[in-house]
Design a binder for this molecule. Structure first.
Ligand SMILES: [Fe+2]
Length: 317
């Protein structure tokens, strides 16, 4: 295994272990202002409690972790997720792997001649389950088939973004609460045939009512603050009219999504990506035209609150 397989990592500092990292982990740390620690050749089939603690520390510290040299079966992948926390069962069954509900399938490739999962998921900036009162703390993605040239997950470090906000935007987010919704990202299913767009939005809106979270979250482990907003799911600001809120969010998110804030992690079928949904937002790259693409995602609950600020989430009627 090449320890620096990507050109983006060619100038990474020499490998070194963090003080809390057991010697059994081969870790490559990111440069300053970049996310993503790389763990080489972990035996994910037999992780020890010490390795799990070290992985948690690395993902909380560096926000994204990349596991290289992986070749796991579906059940081994789920067992690895279970070692790290509690695997999520996604709330919409049409995303599930037919044999493993823990696996959320993003794929444009039929399985045994049948459509499986959903094609083209997450191609907008978001944080997973941001639209629920209890968001998803961690996500893993394991590419199974990578067609074309450009598949990757992109990240924005929302701790760094918050620290760098210009004064007018910093004043906007201070003590603010943002509103989040999923219904504008709903993907039509075969069951929706003959329903009007209004009916579909009302039905899905009832399942996923608008939720409010603090605009700035306090991390439960690192006690650092992060900006909690995304173009995908953040739709308004408490105390502002919808028009005012949308305009202010648009200005904020234009700044967040500046090119210099965006980092890319390429997909490879021997790599698993793991990230902390509190500290980064992410966006899946568009698949090249005609290219086959399948990835298996597992959400992981780490048993910690999403943020420690009060008041917490509020579901709006
Ligand atoms: Fe996502």
């Amino acid at each position: 295994m090449n320890p620096s397989p990507d050109s983006s990592r060619a100038s990474a500092p020499p490998e070194r272990a963090t003080p809390s990292t057991p010697v059994s982990l081969h870790v490559e740390l990111p440069e300053a202002r970049r996310v993503g620690a790389v763990i080489h050749d972990l035996d994910a089939r037999a992780v020890t409690p010490g390795q799990v603690a070290a992985i948690h520390e690395l993902v909380y510290e560096h926000k994204v972790v990349v596991f290289t040299g992986q070749e796991l079966s579906n059940t081994e992948y789920i067992a690895f997720a279970r070692a790290l926390g509690e695997p999520q069962i996604y709330f919409q069954p049409n995303y599930h792997h037919p044999d493993h509900p823990e696996i959320f399938v993003s794929s444009n490739v039929p399985m045994n001649g049948k459509k499986v999962g959903v094609a083209g998921t997450g191609r907008y900036w978001h944080s997973d389950y941001q639209f629920f009162a209890e968001p998803l703390p961690m996500t893993m993605v394991y590419p199974q088939e990578v067609g074309g040239e450009q598949r990757s997950t992109s990240y924005i470090d929302m701790v760094q973004v918050l620290a760098d906000l210009p004064p007018d935007l910093a004043a906007l987010v201070r003590d603010a609460r943002f509103l989040h919704e999923a219904k504008w990202r709903y993907k039509i299913t075969p069951e929706d045939i003959d329903k009007s767009i209004t009916e579909i939005l009302e039905e899905f809106g009832a399942l996923t009512p608008t939720v409010s979270h603090p605009a700035v979250g306090r991390h439960p482990v690192k006690a650092r603050d992060y900006l909690y907003a995304s173009r995908g799911f953040t739709v308004g600001i408490e105390g502002m009219s919808p028009e005012e809120g949308r305009a202010a969010l648009s200005e904020l998110l234009d700044w967040v999504e500046r090119e210099e804030h965006v980092q890319h992690q390429p997909w490879r079928t021997d790599r698993i990506l793991l990230w902390d949904n509190r500290q980064v937002i992410h966006c899946a790259a568009v698949t090249d035209l005609g290219a086959r693409s399948t990835s298996y995602r597992i959400g992981v609950y780490d048993g910690r609150p999403f943020y420690t600020n009060e008041p917490g989430a509020r579901v709006l009627a």
